[in-house]
Write a protein of this length. Structure first.
Length: 81
């Protein structure tokens, strides 16, 4: 298997970034929180942005509507409990 590294500083692969995105990370900052990619030299941030694209993201859609994304997420989680 051929591994394509996005972040050389922390050895994060494109597959890992996509997995974090599938799990709900919508921004490079959220990817950084999940796996540290983009937090050292920063040269991979544009690549991470390209991987994330402008695809469907519930948090981003809430922000675009002017709603607080984190509050909405916490409300959804507490209602599910």
């Amino acid at each position: 298997m051929n591994r394509v590294y996005v972040c050389s500083c922390f050895g994060v692969t494109e597959k890992q970034v996509k997995e974090h995105a599938d799990a709900g990370a919508c921004t490079p900052r959220q990817i950084a929180s999940a796996c540290k990619a983009g937090t050292d030299c920063g040269s991979c941030v544009r690549r991470i942005q390209a991987i994330l694209g402008r695809g469907s993201c519930p948090r981003r859609e809430l922000l675009d509507q002017g709603m607080p994304a984190l509050t909405a997420e916490v409300t959804e989680l507490s209602e599910a409990a």
